[in-house]
Design a protein around this ligand. Sequence first.
Ligand SMILES: O=C(O)C(=O)[C@H](O)CO
Ligand SMILES: [Mg+2]
Length: 257
Amino acid sequence: MPKFAANLSFLFTDHIFRERFRLAAAAGFQGVEYLFPYDWPASEVAEWLKAADVEQVLFNLPPGDWANGERGLACLPDRQGEFAEGVEQALNYAMVLDCQRVHCMAGLRPWAVAEAELEAVYVANLRHAADRFATIGATVMVEPINSRIDMPGYWLDGIDKALRLIESIDRSNVKLQLDLYHAQIIQGDLARTIEENIAQIGHVQIADNPGRHEPGTGEINYPFLFSVLDRLGYAGWIGCEYKPLATTEEGLGWMPK
Ligand SMILES: O=C(O)C(=O)[C@H](O)CO
Ligand SMILES: [Mg+2]
């Protein structure tokens, strides 16, 4: 049975951030992930993890100006200095939090820039991030996000595109973050997508579609997909990145015991 991590940017959001670690542990999660830790000193977050006895599974590199709509920097030609600074900041947090995975968001497509240039910048940035995170044995995740419903304009919005870029980046610590909710919207065919790419998958995230709520509230057959992951020997984490329909605790009935 896969290991489930609570995404604290989505779950337990009726409580302040630091409380969510304890609530996740009480609900049976052994790992947590979330978007960004940078509003809090790394040492404080480390204390919350320790007090709750949960593992830090994943967080994201700094995404640029999130409040003003930015969604990552990795493909943006005029932001490479800021990207590299973000890598150092995230590396420090990863060390203190003992975290082995970070997600690097690609950014929104700047329409005036040619695709070949965006790809070249993205590949160079990901190689840099991969080499820096290799120094602590951590993996950099590449996640295709649907640009139709949730993140209009997101540049990295195809599974095949992500796989092709991972091949070009050519670093063993760059892996696919397969968010099955986005994958369902992007292309469907989820079991085959998992099976064909299992060697590249470093992290999985889940939510049902439509609505991005708990597994079991929509069209995705999660019990079947969990059995596919088990059969293929997936030993990584599954991040619960969904919006609970009511409270998080009330919506945990889908989770296999
Ligand atoms: O949106 C998602 O699915 C993510 O996993 C990103 O980390 C951030 O938006
Ligand atoms: Mg995701």
